[in-house]
Design a protein around this ligand. Structure first.
Ligand SMILES: NC(=O)N[C@@H](CC(=O)O)C(=O)O
Ligand SMILES: [Zn+2]
Ligand SMILES: [Zn+2]
Length: 434
């Protein structure tokens, strides 16, 4: 196991009440010592973190790794490479693969594959229903035993309230969170962007905000009734934020995530980017009032975590007319830059809040010990460079797919290094595979 000395960084871990400039020594995958002027042991790799922020490792709870079955979009190696390049020490992967991850052997397969080929930690989720068809419940208990950290039918909603209620009752036996893609298909129909002024002007079929909100409200009511933990995935509308705030006030065990694209862009991007299909995703980019409500929800704690919904697609699935294009955009390699540039720099949130949103609370959501900057803790560390100004370039991306609306954007603030279980996996935005 390697030895790593991170020198002179600002160690910032609000959950452990750490905020000091110090050295941090990693030995054998754990934080061995924190102090000033620590000597570098023989053979230790040294990272100069002067002027940088050393944070507990960031975790993304919403990632599509596309394994098994769609390795032409992404695979275990490229998806986790994109994660570490983006500053993440771990990802939660979605089960909408081919086949759908709806049984214990498939969960075990992913755990094993991640151990062999992954560059970061990978926590699989299992489907709520068999084949994510919304009919029969999957073997939730067995998937939990095999290592599933949550259940979700992401990519598809759970149509029937009764099915969702049964899933919640079952999952709560294991204290497993039920993550839900909230969408009423009878309302979203064949829409391809947010329903509003812009969709009317462009003549594209819209997806009303109510399509999401109806399921958010339903889930909160069912969580109140069953006592289960429900997590609202990729929340996009202002009333969804209101509903989560209301649910929390009533004592529901509800958590929510928002994506960088929903706190950065609006439906106007569809017009401004000349119908670029990299503005097409589920749920769609909504209006400025929605974006503002998401910023408020992030700032006041209504929204618990920032997650990317990294959804790689092949160019052939995106380079088609807008209504025909696949839903989804990549996000792992731009999330930290966008969060620093759009949330922390303008003062929407503090750096401490960002660390809670991207490290501590994501770990708590999936019932894992949060990464911490304390002696003896596992060395899962993200180092941030708040001053670096950089341009997002497709050719530098580690992901197999390049379907990002942020290509060409210039951001200030970047992930500087990623340490996973004591191993340096990224430095200065370059992936270190071995
Ligand atoms: N977000 C998306 O637009 N697409 C996701 C599915 C999903 O997250 O619902 C995908 O798997 O491509
Ligand atoms: Zn979804
Ligand atoms: Zn998703």
């Amino acid at each position: 196991m390697s030895t790593l000395l991170i020198r002179n960084g600002r160690l910032l871990d609000p959950a452990s009440r750490v905020d000091r400039v110090a050295d941090l020594l990693v030995v054998g995958g754990r934080i061995r010592a924190i102090g000033t002027d620590l000597p570098a042991p023989e053979g230790a790799a040294v990272i100069d973190a002067t002027g940088k922020v050393v944070a507990p490792g960031f975790i993304d709870v919403h990632v599509h790794l596309r394994v098994p079955g769609q390795e032409y979009k992404e695979d275990m190696r490229t998806g986790t490479a994109a994660a570490v390049r983006g500053g993440f020490v771990g990802v939660v992967c979605m089960p909408n693969t081919r086949p759908v991850v709806d049984s214990a052997p498939l969960v075990s397969y992913l755990v094993d594959l991640a151990a062999r080929e992954g560059l970061c930690r990978v926590w699989p989720t299992g489907a709520i229903t068999k084949g994510s068809k919304g009919e029969e419940l999957a073997e939730i208990g067995e998937m939990y035993e095999a290592g599933a950290c949550a259940i979700t039918d992401d990519g598809r909603p759970v149509d029937r309230a009764e099915t969702m209620r049964q899933a919640m009752i079952y999952a709560s036996q294991f204290d497993l969170p039920v993550m839900d893609h909230c969408e009423d298909k009878s309302l979203s129909g064949s829409g391809c962007m947010h329903e509003g002024r812009v969709s009317s002007a462009l003549g594209l079929k819209g997806i009303p905000s109510a399509s999401e909100e109806v399921h958010v409200a339903r889930n909160i009511l069912l969580a109140l009734e069953t006592g289960a933990r429900v997590h609202i995935q990729h929340l996009s509308s202002r009333r969804s934020v209101d509903l989560v705030r209301w649910g929390k006030a009533l004592g529901a065990r509800v958590t929510a995530e928002a994506t960088p694209h929903h706190f950065t862009l609006t439906d106007q991007a569809v017009a401004d980017m000349a119908y670029s299909t990299n503005t097409k995703m589920n749920p769609p980019l909504r209006e400025e009032a929605d974006r503002q409500a998401i910023l408020e929800g992030i700032a006041d704690g209504t929204i618990d975590v920032i997650a990317t919904d990294h959804a790689p697609h092949h160019i052939d699935e995106k380079d088609v007319e807008y209504p025909l294009a696949a839903f989804g955009i990549t996000g792992l390699e731009t999330a930290v830059g966008l969060a620093l540039d759009r949330l922390v720099r303008p003062g929407v949130i503090s750096l401490e809040q960002l660390i809670l949103l991207m490290s501590t609370r994501p770990a708590q959501l999936i019932r894992r010990t949060p990464p911490a900057l304390t002696e003896g803790a596992e060395a899962d560390i993200t180092i941030l460079d708040l001053d670096r100004t950089w341009t997002v370039r497709a050719e530098e991306m580690a992901s197999k797919s390049k379907n990002s609306p942020f290509i060409g954007w210039t951001l200030t603030g970047a992930p500087h290094a990623t340490v996973v279980g004591g191993r340096l996996r990224m430095l200065e935005m370059k992936v270190i595979a071995e």
